[in-house]
Write a protein that binds this ligand. Structure first.
Ligand code: NAD
Length: 498
């Protein structure tokens, strides 16, 4: 039975009207499980008009009451964690435990939003001039939109939506067309949590829906997470239409392994960060930089672990790594492996031939491990977004940090060492937005902020924490004097303060 997924407008699911749909497939079996509607420009406009009306009352709702909705949402997400995670496993392919972890990382931002009254409180200065006070406040932008990628269908909508809604905006989510079921359930949870109709809506679709949001005159801000090519397009199109845009994009995250690092710890870290979620994480480690003479030892430890990865459907509790999201994406990743071999890298573990009995139509591939990768190779330059780890050899610390700094992407990075001085020099000199010291995937907690540098981001502001509050609000500064200050009569001179 193939389900139909429409949109979630005005606090209820509605059918799509365009007649255009996309297939949702179970990546483990290749079976089409649902058809998702692709919105027209008119359907986007309908959602925006509903949101615009609803937002006025929502912005005027005291933050304490808005945060109570967030408290309710927090409980509902906790209650429905398994339901959300099941959707993620069935449409994205990740393992059930990893999917629950994803829900948890989204939940943290909802929890941060539970204190929005505190986060939004302004600054006040008494007596900026004689008998004159000044204060700054942050006010919501209006109707804001989020465009999200396939790889975190619940976490990233929580990063954007919770911050946007709690700060008093109405939020329209355009999720990835590959795995929309978890975002649709999230919308239902907002309704149950007490969000008024029109405050959190989901409009499914493709480029038509994205373009309609980017050009809509009543949408002043766009958050985007996805690939660099589309993020750059979203940033330029949105800003051309005078919008505030934050676009968080692709990555090629390096882990620098210093000669003094504990190689067992490093191996565990690389296996989890390189092959977890089949490498389909923007914070996955895809390059290990072996510094000094540890390259052979590292390969020797990694190779059997990559070969032994337990690969299977996400809902099988034995699986450590699931399938890739689509057949097309798996073939693209395999194409990169072919290219790496052609360009002269040494393929130490070849996962291309993996066959799983009973899952012949699934998008599975085994883990791949390359050694002697060099910066001129395509597999080094491009984001592969699959279970492929490249080991690069580097003579010393300076060469290693130069590699990281010269790479086009700058999302995350890590150093593994026991030397505080190397770690400190790395953290202060590396040109990357998120840095781990003996932590392979340094995704910041909700009260810090997430964001990369270089080709991993367009626009300004991280995506949650106080950066999120700033992105979704505009600053207003008021300077006031009360009548006693003008008792002495009119003033004609523009005076210096104080
Ligand atoms: P994608 O760029 O293909 O899609 C992202 C969103 O853009 C989706 O909603 C999609 O429907 C929409 N889209 C796709 N093509 C479009 C077009 N031509 N015009 C307008 N909109 C379009 O990305 P993806 O494959 O879903 O996700 C994987 C990418 O996301 C990777 O590059 C990964 O690194 C990146 N990512 C980055 C972060 C981060 O925080 N930096 C987090 C997660 C994922």
């Amino acid at each position: 039975m193939v389900a139909s997924i429409g949109h979630y407008i005005n606090n209820k699911p509605v059918a799509g009207k365009s007649g255009r749909t996309g297939d949702i497939t179970n990546p483990a079996t290749g079976e089409v499980t649902a058809k998702v509607a692709f919105a027209t420009e008119a359907e986007i406009d309908e959602a925006v008009q509903i949101a615009k009306k609803a937002q006025l009352a929502w912005a005027a709702t005291p933050p304490l009451r808005r945060q109570r909705v967030m408290f309710n949402l927090k409980s509902l997400i906790e209650k429905h964690t398994d339901d959300l995670a099941r959707h993620l496993s069935l449409e994205h392919g990740k393992t059930f435990d990893d999917a629950k972890g994803e829900v948890g990382r989204g939940l943290e931002v909802v929890e941060f939003a539970c204190a929005i009254g505190h986060h939004m409180k302004g600054d006040f200065t008494e007596q900026v001039a004689t008998d004159m006070d000044s204060w700054s406040i942050r006010q919501p932008l209006g109707v804001v939109a989020g465009i999200t990628p396939f790889n975190f269908p619940i976490m990233i909508p929580c990063w954007m939506g919770a911050m946007a809604v709690a700060t008093g905006n109405a939020f329209i989510l355009k999720p990835s067309e590959k795995d929309p079921s978890a975002p649709m359930l999230l919308a239902e949870l907002y309704t149950q949590a007490g969000a008024p109709p029109g405050i959190f809506q989901v409009v499914n679709g493709d480029k038509v829906a994205v373009d309609a949001l980017l050009k809509h005159p009543d949408v002043p801000a766009i958050s985007f997470v996805g690939s660099t090519a589309i993020g750059e397009y979203v940033y330029h199109t949105g800003t051309q239409h005078n919008k505030r845009v934050q676009a968080l994009c692709g990555a090629k995250n390096h882990m620098v392994v210093m000669p003094d690092a504990d190689l067992d710890q490093v191996t565990d870290a690389l296996i989890g960060a390189g092959y977890g979620a089949a490498g389909e994480r923007c914070m996955a480690i895809s390059v290990a930089v072996a510094v000094g003479d540890i390259g052979d030892k590292l390969i020797h430890k990694l190779a059997p672990r990559v070969q032994a990865l337990k690969i299977g459907p996400g809902l099988d509790p034995q699986s450590e790594m699931g399938p890739l999201v689509t057949r097309q994406h798996r073939d693209k990743v395999m194409g990169y492996v072919d290219q790496g071999v052609k360009e002269g890298a040494k393929l130490v573990v070849d996962g291309r031939g993996l066959k799983l009995q009973g899952y012949e139509n699934g998008n599975f591939m085994g883990g791949c491990l390359f050694d002697h990768v060099t910066p001129d190779m395509t597999i080094y330059k491009d984001e592969i977004f699959g279970p492929v780890l490249s080991v690069v050899r580097s003579g010393n610390f300076d060469e290693a940090i130069k590699l990281v700094n010269d790479h086009a992407y700058g999302n995350g990075t890590a150093i593994f060492t026991r030397d505080g001085d190397s770690a400190r020099a790395f953290a202060s000199n590396v040109k990357v937005g998120m840095v781990g010291i003996n932590v392979p995937i340094p995704v910041p907690v909700a009260y810090h902020s997430f964001g990369g540098w270089k080709a991993s981001v367009f626009g300004d502001h991280g995506i949650y924490g106080m950066e999120g509050v700033r992105f979704y609000t505009k600053l207003k500064t008021i300077t006031a004097r009360w009548p006693t200050g003008i008792r002495s009569g009119a003033e004609f001179n523009f005076k210096a303060r104080a």
